[in-house]
Write a protein that binds this ligand. Structure first.
Ligand code: SF4
Length: 227
């Protein structure tokens, strides 16, 4: 395999098939390394914070897999880490869309300008946005990466986009330790009336981030394309 260029350098995981990632669809999942947050509850911290410790994947193999399976896949998810911080994520999506498959992008919503670009360029078809909790808990929930004000500002912008194009957005909140029923009700109230909040059960990572050898296997698969 020749060394991947551009955005493909960020591709550090690939899951051939998922029946549950995009409700009602059979998808494959591309995992991009890097994240702008430091959530203490992160399952994918190796991918998110130390992507260079994971091998680069062969872009040609991934593209061939998607092209060859386009007839029975219903879409492709681009996740992370945080896809919106990967330079050139639009180019990656554009390459996928040449197969005719729709693309869902997972995001923490802290870069609404990237979400808007992907909408305006007709690249992403759907966004799954993780709302971490009430605004005042964002600093604790994101490892100090996001202030209360920044969380409110960025997600309110996302909510405006969702109100304009309701069919393009899902909102999710994972009930991590420290979030109460009142917190979840608060988050639900942030959403536009056009949307419901999906509450996800939190499953603790099998190893703690401070342990020497992190894992990401709860979400990220083995990493090689298996035909
Ligand atoms: S936003 Fe997601 S990938 Fe990034 S640190 Fe938080 S849980 Fe991990």
């Amino acid at each position: 395999m020749s060394e991947p260029a551009g955005i493909w350098k960020y591709v550090r995981g690939f899951e051939n098939m998922s029946l549950c990632d995009w409700p009602g669809r059979t998808t494959c999942i591309i995992f991009l390394g890097g994240c702008n947050l430091r959530c203490p509850t992160c399952h994918n911290y190796q991918l998110a914070w130390d992507m260079h410790s994971l091998p680069e994947l062969d872009p040609a193999a991934i593209k061939a897999y998607i092209r060859n399976r386009a007839g029975w896949l219903d879409g492709v998810t681009v996740t992370g880490g945080e896809p919106s911080i990967a330079p050139g994520v639009g180019e990656l999506i554009w390459e996928i869309k040449k197969t005719g498959l729709p693309v869902k992008v997972d995001t923490n919503g802290m870069r609404p300008e990237v979400v808007l670009d992907l909408m305006q360029d007709k690249l992403a078809d759907t966004f799954a946005v993780d709302v971490k909790g009430p605004w005042h808990k964002y600093p604790a929930l994101t490892g100090g990466a996001v202030s209360e004000l920044a969380a409110q500002r960025n997600l309110n912008r996302i909510f405006e986009l969702a109100e304009a194009r309701p069919e393009m957005f899902y909102f999710r909140c994972t009930r991590v330790p420290g979030l109460t029923d009142i917190d979840l009700a608060t988050v639900r109230n942030y959403l536009p009336p056009t949307h419901e909040l999906t509450i996800q059960k939190y499953v603790p990572p099998r190893r703690k981030p401070e342990n020497a050898k992190p894992n990401h296997e709860e979400r990220r698969p083995a990493g090689n394309v298996v035909n």
